[in-house]
Design a protein around this ligand. Structure first.
Ligand code: ADP
Ligand code: MG
Length: 629
């Protein structure tokens, strides 16, 4: 428990004890009214002074109708009502209302603390130190002080403090904090490792590739810390609602207090009765259950998603996901593994090895999955050849100068652009053509497999109420159609450049149903514009891809498409819980308000209605945190 909450709890306990003592003393000794007032003022102020101070503060800031204000006038009214002719004193009630209000606040603090902890605990990836090698010695330093290019040592059991590449040793890394899944990742020399993983076995030495502030762990932490800033419509609605509702209630209370006595003929005789009803009215009307539980529900929903390795950058995106009507996917690396295998090599001017050799060289610096597979197909790529002027054309391929000759590696669009006479291929698969100095040199056929859970992901999305699933790809039509058919996608559009993908998303956005949203899912490789254009941009495989973390609204730490259906489900349940809370709170309030206006509800009932509703609403909100996948 936070210190504030603990202090508040002590005050509540102290006030409760004082109240009990007062009750006993009051029975045995006959105090005059004024003395009682001052005696009860002690526990009242002990428990509620900060509420009064807050209310005053808010009034000075121009926000007259806060919930502290409602509580303040209701309780002050109850304290002084006893001095009216013919009225019963309500001292106990006044202290009790304050006491309960504070219990509710403590409760809410604890619940919020809980969701925050479960977000940060699961994201417990902040490394405290790094073991850096300097002048042959290993020094333990703050990770912020380690520069790119330095060598650090990660011992078994330690967190990897920053991103880098293994230069010595092998181990398995536990990525559970990042992905929500505990499958270990084996790494050895040459592999990239990301900060936030835990080294399980061997000692590894690694060369730092990013400063701490730009490493995966820092980026994710930053994202998590700001997750609750994006406000959803529901939350904004509640704020607006409270702004109108509270003044209305205050006017209502004034009407209850003054109108009936005015019309009764004998104002003084009935005023105290109606005033106590008006005060009860004020206590019931406090909108805290709403104001507190809706944001808390969203916060818990975001916490639940992060447990599964899904980072949602704000409640607004959670809300948008719950209304997803169209989900658009990128193909390569998103629905398919993005791990291509070379299935055929058809050279025109040279032998197979030479063709693979050229392709691997041109692709030396590209991060595209195709590039990785071409490099893998020619493992002796690091020879003495010179590779210069590398230029990657998104959605088409790469151009580079290899030993003085301009080599282009890519699809037919690229070949057409340079006027090379490409030859079609009868094989199915992605065809990568190669041209040297504008002369066609042959092609390499590569193929990719769909991910194991892609089909299930599409089915589950449909089950969650998504109307349309669409695939957009830069790959060939034949390949695209076979994937779309295999997965049961509703639409697929192939041979697109990144700009064409944006156009398609615009078209789909225009066609979507009222009140529904469009989500785009990509792997972050050349699809940042589309991620930004969609209502919700989802990037997967964020471990290691900064562009994806930055451009997306929702980040999947691993690259499982089934997580998309999962986050939609979490979003829908979270929204349902938020709605339950709103309906429940308003219904109970209205009922008690009506009772209070007719004098059927006592101030005791009002307190229980108010705090009870709030406690139930908070408990309900925390259900959003503990949803099962
Ligand atoms: P997707 O939409 O399936 O993710 P991209 O837009 O990334 O595909 O790429 C579309 C096409 O452009 C690829 O199928 C390939 O033909 C070509 N291409 C893109 N990048 C490269 C590259 N680095 N090397 C060769 N071809 C590439
Ligand atoms: Mg792609």
């Amino acid at each position: 428990m936070e210190q504030d909450a603990r202090r508040k709890l002590v005050r509540v306990a102290l006030a409760a004890v004082l109240l009990v003592v007062l009750k006993i003393v009051e029975k045995s000794l006959a105090f005059p009214m004024l003395a009682l007032f001052f005696l009860y003022l002690v526990p009242y102020l002990v428990v509620g002074y900060d509420v009064l101070a807050e209310a005053w503060e808010e009034i000075r800031e121009g926000e007259v109708f806060s919930e502290d204000f409602l509580m303040g006038i209701a309780t002050i009214g109850a304290l002084v009502i006893g001095f009216l002719p013919g009225a019963e004193p309500e001292f106990t009630e006044a202290v009790f209302v304050m006491l309960f209000f504070q219990v509710g606040e403590i409760f809410e603090d604890m619940a919020e603390d809980n969701s925050r902890k479960s977000i940060t605990r699961l994201m417990d990836i902040r490394p405290d130190t790094a073991n850096v090698e300097r002048d042959g010695k290993v020094l333990v330093v703050d990770p912020n002080e380690v520069a790119v290019g330095e060598t650090i040592v990660v011992k078994p059991g330690e967190k990897v403090p920053m991103d880098g590449v293994v230069v010595e040793g092998a181990s398995s890394l536990d990525t559970v904090a990042l992905t929500g899944e505990s499958a270990p990742r084996e790494v050895s020399v040459g592999d990239s490792v990301y900060s936030g993983c835990v080294n399980q076995r061997g000692l590894i030495r690694m060369k730092v590739s990013k400063v701490f502030g730009e490493s995966t762990a820092s980026k994710i932490l930053e994202l998590v810390e700001h997750a609750s800033e994006g406000k959803s419509h529901s939350e904004r609605f509640i704020t607006r609602f409270a702004r109108i509702y509270t003044p209305v209630v205050v006017v209502g209370a004034l009407a209850v207090a003054f109108l009936p006595p005015l019309f009764s003929g004998d104002f003084l005789a009935s005023f105290s009765t109606w005033l106590i009803r008006a005060l009860t009215f004020l206590v019931v009307s406090c909108p805290c259950a709403l104001v507190i539980s809706v944001p808390l529900t969203f916060f818990s929903g975001i916490g639940c998603a992060s447990k599964q390795g899904i980072l949602v950058k704000g409640s607004n995106y959670l809300e948008a996901l719950s209304q997803a009507g169209i989900v658009v996917f990128d193909k390569t690396g998103t629905l398919t593994k993005g791990v291509f295998e070379v299935t055929a090599v058809h050279p025109s001017e040279m032998d197979e090895t030479q063709l693979l050799h050229l392709a691997a060289h041109v692709e030396r610096y590209s991060t595209h999955p195709i590039a990785a597979s071409l490099r893998a197909a020619y493992p002796h790529e690091a020879d003495s050849c010179t590779v210069e002027d590398v230029e990657e054309v998104a959605g088409q391929g790469v151009r580079a100068t290899v030993n003085g000759r301009v080599v282009c590696v890519g699809n037919t669009k690229l070949m057409d652009a340079i006027g090379a006479q490409w030859k079609p291929c009868e094989k199915t698969g992605t065809i990568i053509h190669v041209a040297v100095d504008g002369i066609y040199a042959g092609h390499i056929v590569i193929s990719d497999a769909v991910k194991g859970d892609s089909k299930e992901a599409i089915q589950n999305l449909k089950a969650e109420g998504v109307r349309k699933t669409v695939m957009l790809t830069g790959d060939r039509k034949e390949v695209a159609e076979s994937v779309a058919k295999e997965l049961g996608l509703d639409e697929c559009h192939a041979e697109l450049l990144p700009a064409d993908k944006v156009d398609w998303v615009e078209k789909l956005l225009a066609s979507k149903e009222q009140g529904r949203t469009l989500a785009f899912v990509g792997d972050g490789i050349n699809d940042a514009p589309v991620l930004a254009r969609a209502d919700v941009g989802i990037a997967m495989g964020a471990m290691g891809s900064d562009a994806a973390i930055d451009a997306a609204d929702v980040v999947l730490m691993d690259d499982k498409p089934s997580k998309i259906a999962l986050v939609v489900r979490i979003a829908r349940r979270t929204l349902a819980i938020a709605k339950e809370n709103v309906v429940f709170a308003i219904a109970v309030k209205v009922a008690v308000l009506v009772l209070a206006a007719f004098g059927l509800a006592t101030m005791w009932m009002a307190v229980f209605a108010d705090v009870g509703v709030m406690v139930l609403a908070v408990l309900n909100a925390t259900r959003a945190l503990n949803q099962k996948g």
